[in-house]
Design a protein around this ligand. Structure first.
Ligand code: HEC
Length: 345
């Protein structure tokens, strides 16, 4: 059978659900090509013998022209191979164009420095980890020159052109570690343009994700808070520059006083911020609608602590020395005085 174990050693291990279709088309074209080589070489040798220079009395038919039927068959056979190659490749090609609905989406950032993969929860890694049996969609961009994503074992190949988002998808079928590299020369450090796709059984994948996406590892609470602002979706409704979006800006919230729609004056201290995140609609800041998503059950205490620590750095009443920014560093004396006032509370 074509594609059976022994001759499939010619191709890399097949580790994705797409591999079968790709391999079948490959072998089909391969067999047609091999047949054509045998036929052409065979005919050439036969004709060398048949039409060699002969004495007149040895010659059979004086006219050596081919029968029109053979000419026609020859053309038809060539067309048939071309049609087969097209028909065999088309379904796989179309399938590769659009990822299944609800694929696991990973953003791929390529540059001459290598690959960066951003997972749905915000975790960034330089290797691509996936779960077997689950379609994975890659949205790839490049910040410098043209690169590509080639994973032979997954039968995946996609060129990443500057200024565009290249899309590719695959479903890993076998756990293992497979090569992923660029097939396009991208400058001096081209040899570094390689990494790995690690396909895990689904449970192992979840465990890996849990382990690596501990956002507190290697970050201060403030840095973790800033990261959560993006990954928890706060960014959509809260600005950092004082401008009003759906919700109040996070600039100067911590430690400030606000009126609620119920006519109560509150101070946005740690306890109020915590309540605002868990059950925001219990007490709604005046001038805003009660539209914030309650985060109860979707956020941990430690994450709230991190966000609060970060909000302090954004507030002139946060008691944290402001980092020098475009508006200039806050005068040191004022900051220290404020810090002291904060502690005296
Ligand atoms: C869908 C939009 C939306 C999202 C997403 C959202 N918020 Fe809000 N948030 C609001 C609105 C509107 C208010 C003002 C009304 C209220 O108090 O509920 C608010 C109020 C707050 C307040 C009180 C502000 C003050 O001036 O006292 C805090 C703190 C807060 N949000 C934190 C967060 C955090 C942290 C996140 C992300 C984990 C988040 N919000 C996500 C819309 C949103």
């Amino acid at each position: 059978m074509i594609g059976s174990a022994n001759i499939s050693n010619w191709l890399p291990q097949a580790a994705s659900s797409q591999a079968q279709g790709v391999d079948a088309a490959f072998y089909g074209v391969y067999v047609a090509g091999a047949f054509a080589v045998v036929l052409v070489v065979g005919l050439a040798l036969t004709f060398v013998r048949q039409f060699r220079r002969q004495r007149d009395d040895e010659r059979g038919t004086p006219d050596g022209r081919a029968h029109p039927l053979y000419q026609g068959l020859w053309v038809l056979a060539a067309v048939a191979v071309a049609v087969y190659a097209f028909a065999a490749g088309l379904p796989g090609f179309l399938d590769a164009q659009s990822a299944p609905w609800l694929s696991y989406r990973v953003l791929v950032n390529t540059s001459q420095e290598g690959y960066k993969f951003t997972y749905p929860n915000g975790h960034i890694a330089d290797t691509l980890h996936v779960a077997t049996g689950r379609p994975v969609r890659l949205d790839a961009t490049t910040v410098d020159v043209i690169h590509s994503l080639q994973a032979p074992a997954l039968r995946l190949s996609e060129t990443v052109v500057p200024g565009r988002t290249a899309q590719a998808w695959f479903t890993a079928s076998t756990p293992g570690t497979f090569d992923l590299r660029s097939g396009v020369y991208g400058g001096e450090r081209y040899q570094d343009m390689k990494t790995a796709v690690v396909a895990h059984a689904p449970a192992d994948f979840e465990a890996w994700m849990q382990r690596v996406s501990d956002i507190f590892a290697g970050r201060t609470m403030e840095q973790a808070g800033e990261l959560l602002y993006g990954t928890k979706g706060c960014r959509a409704c809260h600005s950092l520059d004082g401008s009003k979006l759906v919700g109040p800006s996070f600039k100067d919230v911590y430690g400030f006083e606000f009126d609620t729609r119920e006519g109560v004056r509150i101070t946005a201290d740690a306890a109020y911020i915590r309540a605002s995140i868990l059950t925001p609609n219990v007490s709604v800041i005046a001038g805003f609608e009660p539209v914030m998503t309650p985060y109860e059950g979707k956020i941990t205490d430690k994450e709230i602590e991190a966000i609060t620590a970060w909000l302090r750095t954004l507030s002139s009443k946060g008691g944290v020395p402001a980092a020098a920014d475009s508006t200039g560093a806050a005068p040191v004396a004022a900051t220290v005085a404020e810090a002291a006032a904060q502690e005296g509370k």
